[in-house]
Ligand binder design. Structure first.
Ligand SMILES: O=C(O)CCC(=O)C(=O)O
Ligand SMILES: [Fe+2]
Length: 461
């Protein structure tokens, strides 16, 4: 096998890639362990303080609240974080203790308890955060009491109290606690802490809405502006760009620029999938009156300001060329009825597409099953036009959105390998602010892909 120089060269290249993977893996593992070590140091240092006066500590409501929060929320986040899949030992120890741990009601109750104390004794939230029980009297701040053992609160502690108030539409309290949360989160910078429930962005988001609800609209707006300057971005080494051929002869000479946008769900963007001229041709074919409407499917106009047309390609047509390209890229059989005819969608003023799944969720009544080729296993959607503002494709559960990239195409799997729908594919077309948005959908069905997309019993795959 490895006799020719070419093969040896190739093997060197492969090993180099493996070394890179290993480096990334080691770095990530070290980072993960650093996080756990920091959490360990934080909690054990705290216990060193609590040990000095366990009775006094237990009597302090701030100590009680932070303890309940740690046990219910922080430990949970550390033990079950995605970064810590390997924590099986830690996990089983945690589970052994689970019956004795506080529940979510206990945590909410402790948060409400703090707010009750705040009201009844006119306590300043800004002091409570520092572990002190103070109120304003005659223009000065006085101590209501001085506990023997106390703890200060973190931005995430305050976020939790604020969120409990927010969820009960108690915006009077949510404003005060979220103000402190935002202040503290801003102070520690933007590093991600695995045990935390919230982030600066979450706190800003909740605070802005709380201010809006209490009539402070201009402040709400300025907080929203700050929020927009903090796009949440966690670096994930498994998201990457490359030149992709799918080992297809059709793409060998001109690989496609592939951008992996998300792993759960698996969403990929293929840049320059279509040329500008081809996109124009497709749009022309889909003009009302001109379109080749697929048999049995009527051209429809939805009340949320979009219009749709189905294009059935004839031999040698542009539609057929696109089918060939989709097939080369995805390795899937997209010929009718394994793939549906191409559906072209045009958005009117403010046009949008409500959150939905592309696959059928109530079998067998759905029209998706009319083709008798199973459910829609995958979606291949081509952006046929640029959009000046708005119009992104938003994945609601997965919490990310894809701005329209002219001539690019986006691909994702709607179904798990066991045939169940993937809830994370819930998506929507955001309203178009400025521009004329056109997309084309190619829906690919389960049947015909048996050898390309193998089944699995694992519900996660
Ligand atoms: O236009 C978009 O971004 C989404 C469209 C869509 O989801 C659909 O046509 O099914
Ligand atoms: Fe869709």
């Amino acid at each position: 096998m490895y006799t020719s120089l070419q093969n040896v060269k190739q093997a060197i290249h492969v090993e180099r890639k493996l070394i890179d993977y290993l480096r990334t893996y080691i770095d990530n593992e070290m980072e993960r362990l650093e996080d756990i070590k920091r959490f360990y140091a934080k909690v054990s240092d705290l216990h060193a303080v609590l040990y000095k006066g366990p009775a006094a500590a237990a009597a302090n409501p701030l100590v009680a609240f932070t303890l309940v929060k740690r046990l219910h929320s922080e430990w949970l986040n550390v033990v079950y974080s995605n970064e810590a899949q390997e924590n099986t030992q830690l996990r089983s120890k945690y589970e052994e203790e689970e019956a004795g741990l506080p529940k979510v009601e206990d945590l909410r109750g402790a948060a409400r308890g703090l707010m009750r104390l705040q009201d009844v004794y006119s306590l300043q939230v800004s002091s409570l955060v520092k572990g002190r029980f103070q109120r304003v009297s005659n223009g000065g701040v006085i101590d209501v009491c001085s506990p023997a053992v106390s703890v200060s609160l973190s931005g995430d502690d305050c976020f939790l109290v604020g969120k409990v108030a927010y969820e009960q539409e108690d915006f009077y309290h949510s404003v005060q606690w979220l103000e402190e949360s935002v202040r503290l989160f801003r102070g520690v910078g933007r590093q991600w802490v695995p045990e935390n429930e919230g982030t600066l962005e979450d706190a800003l988001d909740h605070l802005a809405f709380s201010h809006f609800k209490t009539g402070n609209v201009s402040y709400a707006l300025s907080l929203s502006h700050e929020l927009l300057h903090h796009p949440t971005h966690f670096e994930n080494p498994r998201l990457f760009c490359d030149h992709f051929t799918n080992n297809s002869p059709a793409l060998l000479l001109q690989p496609v620029r592939r951008e992996v946008l998300s792993l759960q769900p698996d969403v990929v963007l293929y840049h320059d999938f279509i040329t500008g001229a081809e996109a124009e041709d497709i749009k022309k074919l889909a003009q009302p009156g001109r379109s080749v409407v697929a048999a049995g499917e009527k051209q429809e106009t939805a009340d949320y300001r979009i219009s749709k047309a189905w294009l059935k390609g004839s031999e040698g047509s542009i539609i057929e060329r696109l089918d060939g390209r989709i097939s080369a890229l995805t390795g899937l059989n997209v010929k009718h009825p394994y793939g549906e005819f191409l559906q072209v969608v045009n958005y009117g003023i403010g046009g949008h597409y409500e959150p939905h799944f592309d696959h059928a969720t109530q079998s067998p009544s759905s029209p998706v099953f009319k083709l008798k080729t199973g459910n829609r296993v995958a979606t291949f959607m081509i952006y046929l036009s640029p959009v000046e503002a708005g119009g992104s494709t938003a994945f609601i559960h997965a919490n990310f959105s894809v701005p329209v990239v002219e001539n690019a195409a986006i691909f994702w799997w709607n179904l798990h390998r066991n045939g169940q729908g993937d809830e994370d594919t819930l998506h929507a077309g955001c309203p178009v602010l400025i521009g004329d948005k056109w997309v084309a959908n190619k829906w690919i069905h389960e049947y015909g892909q048996e050898f390309q997309r193998c089944c699995s019993l694992n519900p996660e795959e």
